[in-house]
Structure formats: structure tokens, C-alpha cells
Design a protein around this ligand. Sequence first.
Ligand code: G3P
Ligand code: CA
Length: 246
Amino acid sequence: MQLPIIVKRPFRIIAHRGASAYAPENTWAAFKLAVDMGVKDIELDVQLSIDGEVVICHDLSLERYGHPGYVEAMSWAELSQLDMGSWFSPYLFHGEKILRLQDLFKECGSEITYHVELKGKSDKLPGQVCRVIEDFNLGDHVIITSFSYETLERVSAIAPCLRLGWLVRKIDDDVLSKARALEVFQICPRADLLTKKAVRLARSVVPEVRAWGVNGSREEVLALIQTTIDAGCDGTTVNWPDWISH
Ligand code: G3P
Ligand code: CA
């Protein structure tokens, strides 16, 4: 297949954890690369440090990144010292730092739509994330996502104007009725489980359907991207944001 796959706007090409196929996920290196590729949508994962900073990190444990301990058990002073790049490539990314949500907002401002996934377990996470968004007046540039419907309910109670994206495996009747009840902005099904019919149904309930879980071999990834486009999705996360273009 010829690259990049061309798709019509306003399909969202969402750099998953930044351009995470090419640089350590959720770091400035990965976000900057995505921006340089012309991407306007970035997905990222957030958790709360023990002293209440909203930090950008996917795994709860730091083991995969080469460190002991858990994000939520550490202070920002401790987390900010970690090398988050060497696990990916010591030559290219040694010393890459963990970021806070506010650091990314400071760098990219309103140039980007941020798909902020609430990953951490702390009860205080939704409130702290909403506070940072408000501090930067970036509510119109954020979609809050979660696999947890209860977490999205909490966000909605704190900041009713924020757009919500509900991460689910499949679109079914239960998902549709709960999405309607909470007035979520996006239903986000797994790319390999979506069908044209389900996407059409979901779009009669919510403004957007965007996919996730675009992984596998090169051929599998390209086929999944094409599936999301053919099914009528409004976007997808992708670790290779340069493989799709408008
Ligand atoms: O966009 C959703 C996707 O990021 C969810 O999976 O594990 O990459 O956070 P994960
Ligand atoms: Ca995520």
C-alpha cells in the first residue's frame, strides 16, 4: 500500500501518546515530532503525583520505563528527575523528561486538540485535570477520555462544558444508551471491533466516533486505519501519524 493513506478532513489523525512509534511515548520528543508532522490532535495519558501535579504517563508502574515505583506514589520533585527516554533509545532520547499537563499546554497552547485520557486511580485526578484546563483556558481544545464511565460522570459534574470521549471495546445498545444519557461527545470503539453499521448507529447518538487500538504489523496497522476510514469514523489514534494525511 502507498503511504501516506489520504483521508478527507475533518477526520482526526490523533498522535497516540505523541508520535510514539518514533520517540518515547508521552514525552516532549514524541509530542514535538507529532506537531512537526503537522498533526493537530494529540492523545496523552495523565495521572496524579502524590503532591497533586497532573503528570503525563501511561503506565501506573514505572517499570517499563526502567525505574522502580509507581507514579502516584512519587512526588513531582522525584518524578521530574527520571530519565524517560533511555528505555526507548539511550542514544537518541537519554534524559528525556516526564511532563506535566501544564508543561504541554504551555508549549502547544491552542494549536492542538488534546485527547486527555484519565489513567490514574486517584479520586482527585478529575478535579485537578479540570483545574489545569481552566487555568490555561483550553476547555475548547480538550476532549477528556476514559474507559471508566464513572470517571466521565465525575468530570461532567465538575466541568459540564468539557467534551467527553468514552473508550469502549464495542458499540452496543448499552453503550449507546449510556453515551446518550451522559451526552458524551465521542464514543471511542476499538478499531478491530467496529463495523460500518455500529458507527452509523453511534453517530445518530453522539457527534463523533473515533477509534483506538491501531496496532500490529505494518500491514495490520494500515488495514485498521483503512477500516476506520471506510466505516465512517471521525478519527483514530495512531502511533505512526505520518502514515495518514489529509
Ligand atoms: O485512545 C485510547 C487509547 O489510548 C487507549 O489505550 O492503553 O493506549 O491508553 P491506551
Ligand atoms: Ca491512552
